[in-house]
Design a protein around this ligand. Structure first.
Ligand code: ADP
Length: 255
């Protein structure tokens, strides 16, 4: 098998998938759809990103946890360029591709991704299914289907959005994967309000990480729009505080 096999449908998807599984990270590189991929170690941890942002939050919702601040990242850019164990796709129920991030992922991975997805039949809202990443720098794609929200989301839509993240993380652990990037699920064509979505996402990721931090290296929130970057820069410090402990008080001034 060689690179061309990943661009043709002649062999089907199963053989190229097992071929890719047998390759080292270095060997996989030549099959990537792009040259300008981004390695995990180039994606700053939240503890680094936070340093460049405005001061400390007075009453964060959660306690400062240094370890968690090394396991979460806010990254703005194209999710298809990330060399991580898995990227999450904000798919639709058919799993056969669509617009937005879904279209980008299917175009980048190539037609074998769509062929494998077809065998999965479809996916219920709030659930997730995993495939190979094919020509993506990401080894796997976790496809999840977010809720469609019109106006203010209901409690059950919020629960479905939370479930998208948790179902994806379940698959991550089941497949012993250690790094994953999430797009802003449901906030595009599916209409979920961006601010409300961010609160659901951050509470879900914080609580999940508290339980499972030893099993993963990094959870990346991959935003695409400036608006979402702003929302997460403002809200992340409430869920993942980085500021100095407020019990610190300077001693008396020098004589
Ligand atoms: P949904 O149908 O779940 O709303 P969309 O794809 O319409 O999904 O939008 C989800 C989010 O993905 C939006 O914030 C959109 O800006 C973002 N997005 C679009 N393309 C990319 C990409 N290449 N990488 C990361 N995020 C993307």
């Amino acid at each position: 098998l060689h690179s061309a096999c990943l661009c043709s449908r002649d062999l089907g998807w199963a053989e190229p998938k097992s071929f890719l599984k047998g390759l080292s990270d270095k060997q996989r590189e030549e099959h990537y759809f792009c040259k300008d991929f981004i390695k995990l170690k180039k994606i700053p941890m939240w503890k680094e990103t936070a340093k460049g942002l405005a001061g400390k939050v007075e009453n964060p919702k959660y306690k400062k946890d240094k370890q968690l601040n090394e396991k979460i990242s806010l990254f703005r850019g194209d999710i298809t360029k990330l060399e991580v164990d898995a990227i999450v796709n904000a798919a639709n129920n058919s799993l056969l591709g669509g617009g937005g991030v879904d279209g980008c992922i299917h175009r980048a991975a190539g037609s074998l991704l769509t062929d494998e997805c077809r065998t999965l039949q479809n996916c219920e809202t709030g659930k997730a299914k995993i495939t190979c990443g094919y020509r993506l720098p990401a080894k796997h794609v976790i496809h999840t289907v977010g809720p469609i929200a019109v106006g203010q989301p209901t409690a059950s839509q919020a629960a479905e959005l939370r479930s998208c993240y948790l179902s994806s993380l379940d698959l991550l652990l089941e497949h012993r994967l250690r790094s994953v990037a999430f797009p802003c699920i449901s906030t595009g064509v599916f209409g979920y309000p961006n601010e409300e979505a961010a609160e659901v996402v951050l509470a879900t990721l914080r609580e999940w990480l508290e339980q499972h931090k030893d099993k993963v290296d990094r959870l990346i929130i991959c935003v695409f729009l400036e608006k979402d970057e702003g929302i997460y820069q403002e809200r992340l410090p409430h869920y993942f505080p980085v500021g100095m402990c407020s019990c610190f008080s300077p001693g008396p001034p020098p004589p």
